[in-house]
Design a protein around this ligand. Structure first.
Ligand SMILES: O=P(O)(O)O[C@@H]1C[C@H](O)[C@@H](CO)O1
Ligand SMILES: Nc1nc2[nH]cnc2c(=O)[nH]1
Length: 304
């Protein structure tokens, strides 16, 4: 039954208001959005004609509460392509509803964005992965979703997308191929992998028993974000590329003494940000090579 408790806290009208506000504040009309993961805000450094808008100034926008997430939108261009970077994302463990966590994705869609690149820091479960590897996400496991923590729960507004979206192709095959071609050209193939990302709610890192379970389930890496954003992006017909930086190896073994912490995650992210940035810049410059497939269920894109 539709009650106030389970209804979405970000209505189409809220999204429209925020979109109109942003469109009136910036001349940029981005086609590509990049969500920067923990410690990866540096990815926005190469943007030219930069315009920064702080989350706290944007109507209806949540604010960042996690170290390594700056809390602003950076509009500008990369190699002539109009982009917007989210320097700082929102997480379920911060206390935000998944509706709020994914609110920016719908704003990007309504602003005219066609492709979203979602980045994150994650722990490596696949035993072949090394710290500093970059995993191109080919699929995900929505663990909170299994327990009803899902951004599309509640009444469906058809103006965003259909009630029962398909998720078997959430991460565009063509975009994955393009980014893998680019990494080969850049000579990065020895630390770029493909794999399955699993989202847990956090904020604690995994117990060894949990890590073993996630590994058996087929997860190559584990983190606390991305899946809600990708789910909402796919729902409204955005093309998705997901990149996960392996900042630590998740222990599957009781004899291992290493202990993961957020500072280490931020340190590794900053160390690898430059290479991720090179990949992204080339990818953005060439993303138009991949045809825009309008698998778009959202009937109100570009109309705000
Ligand atoms: O925003 P992401 O998913 O990159 O952040 C990861 C998961 C936690 O928020 C944090 C743990 O260190 O990094
Ligand atoms: N859940 C989880 N999130 C992470 N983010 C970065 N590393 C990790 C990890 O090991 N586990």
């Amino acid at each position: 039954m539709h009650t106030k408790e389970n209804s979405c806290c970000c209505s189409f009208e809220d999204c429209k208001l925020t979109t109109e506000w942003l469109l009136s504040r910036t001349r940029h009309r981005p086609k590509i959005a990049v969500v920067c993961g923990s410690g990866l805000g540096l990815l926005a450094d190469s943007v030219s004609n930069k315009q920064i808008i702080h989350y706290e100034d944007i109507p209806n926008f949540p604010v960042s509460t996690v170290p390594g997430h700056e809390g602003c939108l950076v509009f500008g261009q990369i190699k002539g392509e109009s982009c917007v970077f989210m320097q700082g994302r929102f997480h379920l463990y911060e206390g935000y509803s998944l509706c709020k966590v994914t609110f920016p994705v719908r704003i990007f869609k309504l602003m005219g964005v066609e492709t979203i690149i979602v980045t994150n820091a994650s722990g490596g479960l696949c035993q072949d992965f090394k710290v500093g590897d970059i995993m191109v996400i080919k699929d995900h496991i929505n663990l909170p979703g299994f327990a009803g923590q899902h951004p599309l729960c509640g009444p469906n507004d058809e103006r965003f997308g259909i009630r029962f979206p398909c998720m078997s192709d959430a991460y565009s095959k063509d975009l994955r191929k393009l980014v893998l071609d680019i990494t080969a050209e850049l000579g990065y193939s020895n630390f770029v992998r493909e794999g399955v990302y699993c989202m847990v709610s956090g904020p604690n890192f995994e117990t060894i028993a949990e890590a073993r379970m996630l590994h058996i389930l087929g997860s190559d890496s584990v983190g606390m974000s991305t899946v809600p954003e990708v789910t909402v992006a796919k729902h409204c017909g955005l093309r998705v590329l997901g990149l996960s930086l392996i900042t630590n190896k998740v222990s599957l073994d009781y004899s291992r003494e290493e202990k993961v912490n957020h500072e280490e995650v931020l340190h590794i992210s900053k160390m690898r940000a430059e290479m991720l940035q090179n990949m992204l810049m080339t990818f953005i410059a060439r993303s138009h090579q991949v045809e825009t497939i309008n698998n778009n269920n959202c009937i109100f894109s570009n109309t705000v």
